[in-house]
Design a protein around this ligand. Structure first.
Ligand SMILES: [Zn+2]
Length: 479
């Protein structure tokens, strides 16, 4: 749908989510009648306010529970017809032209699930691969239908109906995207997931910069440098910036430190080594893969992890081994009968990989534990019973708990660690820029005005010698 630009110059920004909270970004930019969303993510903080494991928004009520509890904003012309009509409203004419998705993390991407199919999604090529890996190994629910969705309600006999695919347009860094009168330049940034981008949005009033999530201390800091340089050159009239760690002035964390620390710890361990990190973080995978190779150990991954690895391997921009690599083996979980027979596996992502040559069970690992480094997430700690890791090492390569819910899980995790007498090691490097670097980044880009989001402490941006607007939910800001 092409709209002819009028002479009325007007750029509006409206913010939903990510305001005094970590993530859930949904930023609506309007220029001469063209409307685009910058991300459309899920806010964990908001969700936790009302819901938990056994108290969830009901998909039986379509979009109703999500709208009522303000998990998604009530904006006309953006949501799926099936969800809107299920909630008792009439279908609405689509009123937004695109979503620019910065990266594949749930707090930026997942509530695309609710959007109308006629709103195209623009994201990086690698980002799309990751969305495909997520899709392959997760059970469909209303909050993870980013790539495709099934119309609700689903009646008996309709479960096998094919899903409706969303329209995706992928880009690489430096490409130019045109959405009606707005031109957008996506530029790669370094973050804890590959395929992460910041955007320079050329509006009728001038360029607006959006950081997405980024960092300057990671393995690909040069990508963030590219973003900084291009943004600076654009002389932005406004900048929307993440501020997850604005309160941390200094830090000496790095991916290389994780590598060195973890390698030393695993080297001196004569028993089983268990490591936990996020599958989506390919840099962290590379770190532990390198350690395994250096120490002549086998890296044992899960079938879920294999879904990601195969996508990364396919992506020529990422140098990543295949899931059948000689240094990698895939751990077969116990299901149904617990006897490892093929019939036990009903999940397609496992079933289709059962014939791989590098499948291993806990029984094999127990025979020679020193030979292995097992990547094991907390949700699979019941496998300790089979792996018998007594006296071995556990490397927690994830962030430490930063809220009450995480604290509870963390304590439970420590109970398992202590029960199996594992030596606990914390070694991590954050995906987010810390305050000291962020201040430098913003001063370097030097926008006319800064809008902090994705932060619990927007007030900390006030220390910048720059016009800072602390935004309010749903309010319109003219630039
Ligand atoms: Zn992120």
């Amino acid at each position: 749908m092409l709209k002819i630009s009028t002479v009325i110059k007007l750029v509006n920004l409206r913010f939903y989510g990510g305001i005094k909270e970590i993530g859930g970004n949904k930023i609506l930019l309007e220029d001469n009648g063209t409307k685009i969303f910058l991300d459309f993510g899920m806010s964990f903080n908001r969700r936790e306010k009302f819901f938990e494991e056994f108290l969830t928004p009901r998909s039986a009520n379509g979009i109703g529970d999500f709208l009522t509890t303000n998990l998604i904003p009530d904006i006309p012309g953006i949501y799926r017809d099936d969800l809107i009509t299920h909630f008792g409203r009439k279908p609405e004419e689509v009123d937004v032209q695109a979503v620019l998705l910065s990266h594949a993390h749930a707090d930026h991407a997942n509530y695309i699930s609710f959007l109308h199919k006629d709103i195209p999604i623009y994201c990086g090529k690698t980002c799309k691969y990751i969305l495909e890996a997520i899709d392959e190994q997760s059970q469909r629910n209303m909050e993870n239908e980013v790539l495709n969705y099934k119309e609700r309600p689903i009646f008996k006999g309709e479960y096998k109906n094919p899903p409706i695919e969303r329209a995706f347009n992928t880009f690489r860094t430096g490409d130019k995207i045109k959405i009606d009168s707005i031109e957008i330049e996506p530029i790669h940034v370094d973050h804890s997931v590959p395929g992460a981008y910041g955007f320079i949005i050329y509006t009728s009033e001038g360029p607006v910069v959006y950081t997405g999530d980024l960092r300057m201390h990671g393995a690909h800091a040069n990508m963030t440098d590219d973003f900084i340089n291009a943004s600076k050159e654009a002389k932005p009239i406004a900048m929307i910036s993440e501020g997850t760690r604005i309160d941390i002035d200094k830090s000496d964390e790095s991916e290389d430190t994780v590598y060195k620390e973890s390698k030393n710890e695993i080297k001196e361990n004569k028993k089983l080594s268990i490591v936990d990190f996020n599958f989506k973080d390919v840099d962290r995978f590379t770190t532990f893969y390198k350690i395994a190779k250096d120490l002549e150990k086998t890296l044992v991954i899960s079938f879920k992890h294999a879904c990601y690895l195969e996508k990364y391997h396919k992506d020529k921009k990422i140098q990543s081994p295949d899931s059948k690599d000689e240094n990698i083996q895939i751990l077969k979980p116990k299901r149904l009968t617990g006897t490892y027979i093929d019939d036990d596996y009903t999940d397609w992502y496992i079933k289709k990989r059962l014939n791989y040559p590098n499948i291993i069970t806990a029984n094999d690992i127990v025979k020679n534990p020193n030979q292995y480094m097992v990547v094991l997430n907390f949700w699979y700690f019941n496998m300790f019973v089979d792996l018998k890791p007594n006296g071995g090492k556990y490397i927690h390569s994830l962030s430490e708990p930063f809220n009450e819910e995480m604290e509870i899980s963390y304590n439970r995790m420590m109970n398992w660690i202590n029960y199996f007498k594992l030596n606990f090691v914390q070694s991590h490097c954050s995906g987010h820029i810390y305050g000291g670097n962020l201040i430098k980044l913003i001063e370097n880009i030097n926008p006319k005005v800064i809008y902090p989001i994705h932060t619990e402490k927007p007030g900390n941006f006030k220390k910048l010698n720059m016009k800072t607007v602390i935004v309010k939910e749903g309010k319109t800001y003219k630039i």
